[in-house]
Design a protein around this ligand. Structure first.
Ligand SMILES: Cc1ncc(COP(=O)(O)O)c(C=O)c1O
Length: 416
């Protein structure tokens, strides 16, 4: 069995979630139907909604089931934008280094819907520059349609000070969407408490939050948009008016049931798993540094005095390095051949590896950004997995460095 260390891409589906999914699939009934089969389906669906809501600190009615994180983000960002544009607000504030679900959505709004996108810079550890945010919020706040940002960066693991950021937006009267896809299951998420602590009221401050089931042991193709009862959005999908008219379409009861089981399991173990994974993460970090002293850790340095405590601004599941003189993809292929599955963390466009836009936003050169490797842990990860990765790394690194050197030599005409 290969060693799987790419939990940020997706996670193994929990057996209990598979059981809930397949059991629900054997039942007939559209939850919108009045007859008994329909009402049974509705009960299962609404129980799932309540269970998911309990893991997010919101009311059941605020949970809008979607086909995943990408759809939730599209619905929130486009929906808030369209609603605010009616009042003449067209500026969209967004940090650099967001997930493509956000990047491509706001770029589409700029290209097709008259949005003016303002990219907010990151510092060299991946934190949003709060001075830049404050400056953007000060300039004509009424012209800002929304702020959207990523709570925990899926590539480099940086955890943003979400409460601080939302409070600044709330004070300026700006609605906020929070991409919590990579935070879910790892950080405590309490939508109502976060709204209260940030002075979010009515339509200012935290309005919407996106999560995805497959990052926490649920099925791919399920997710949720948490939408405050006060928030006003224009829906992305029109049709039967299900889910508060926000997301029309017959609801996927089986996906919701499986999602709810995974969410409850993730929440039940969250604190213990965080502590366990923090120790494993630091074993990865220490091991890589011992084996390849030139490797550079991207994102925040873990606080060794109190692993996993407040102040640890790095996801417990994430170790992300750049290896100079190597292509991250070469390392990835060599490790895969040795039975260890990791990632470079960045997207491939049409099969061609792209240097990470997150690392570029953090000030790394294009060459540095190419040598990236992301190791991400999850519920099934063990010390043996970490040690298998560390055992395979030196040979993969030596070979990838040789290939990197050969490429450089041929680029500079040193070889035929
Ligand atoms: C931070 C973040 N946002 C959004 C998404 C998209 O979620 P989904 O895969 O459910 O569409 C992902 C998935 O990789 C992610 O990591």
């Amino acid at each position: 069995m290969p060693v799987y260390l790419d939990h940020a891409a997706t996670t193994p589906v929990l057996p209990e979630a598979i059981e809930a999914y397949t059991s629900a699939l054997t039942r007939v009934g559209n939850p919108a139907s009045i007859h008994s089969a329909g009402q049974d389906a509705k009960r299962l669906l609404e129980d799932a909604r309540e269970q998911v809501a309990a893991t997010l600190g919101c009311q059941g009615i605020e949970v809008v089931f979607t086909s995943g994180g990408t759809e939730a983000i599209n619905a929130a960002v486009k929906g808030l934008y369209w609603a605010r544009r009616k009042a003449g607000a067209t500026r969209v504030l967004v940090p650099e280094g967001e997930h493509h679900a956000t990047l491509d959505t706001v770029e589409w709004l700029a290209a097709s819907e008259e949005a003016e996108v303002e990219w907010l810079p990151l510092d060299d550890r991946g934190f949003l520059r709060l001075d830049a945010l404050e400056a953007a919020l000060t300039r004509e706040p009424a012209s800002i349609a929304l702020l959207t940002f990523l709570w925990a960066n899926n590539e480099v693991g940086t955890i943003q000070p979400a409460q601080r950021i939302i409070a600044l937006a709330a004070a300026a009267g700006v609605p906020v969407h929070l991409d919590a896809v990579s935070a879910y299951g790892h950080l405590p998420i309490d939508f109502a408490a976060l709204r209260a602590a940030t002075g979010s009221t009515g339509r200012a401050g935290l309005a919407a939050l996106s999560v995805s089931a497959h990052k926490i042991g649920g099925p791919i193709g399920a997710g949720a948009l948490v939408l405050s009862r006060d928030a006003v959005i224009v829906p992305l999908l029109h049709g039967g008016g299900q889910q508060r008219q926000v997301r029309s379409g017959t609801q996927d009861v089986a996906a919701a049931a499986a999602f709810a089981v995974a969410a409850a399991a993730a929440e039940a173990d969250r604190a213990a798993e965080s502590a366990r994974l923090t120790v494993l993460r630091d074993r990865v970090i220490d091991g890589v540094r011992r084996l390849v002293p030139d490797a550079v850790l991207n994102g925040p340095e873990p606080p060794r005095a109190a692993p996993g405590e407040p102040g640890d601004a790095r996801l417990a599941t994430n170790a992300h390095f750049t290896f100079s003189g190597c292509e991250g993809d070469s390392l990835l292929f060599l490790l895969d051949a040795a039975g260890v599955e990791v990632s470079t963390g960045s997207a491939c466009q049409a099969g061609i590896p792209e240097p990470s836009h997150v690392l570029r936003a953090m000030g790394r050169t294009e060459d540095e950004a190419r040598g990236a490797l992301r190791i991400t842990l999850g519920r099934t990860s063990s010390e043996a997995d970490v040690d298998a990765f560390l055992a395979a790394l030196p040979a993969a690194y030596a070979q990838a460095s040789k290939a990197g050197l050969a490429t450089q030599e041929s680029a500079f005409g040193l070889r035929a």
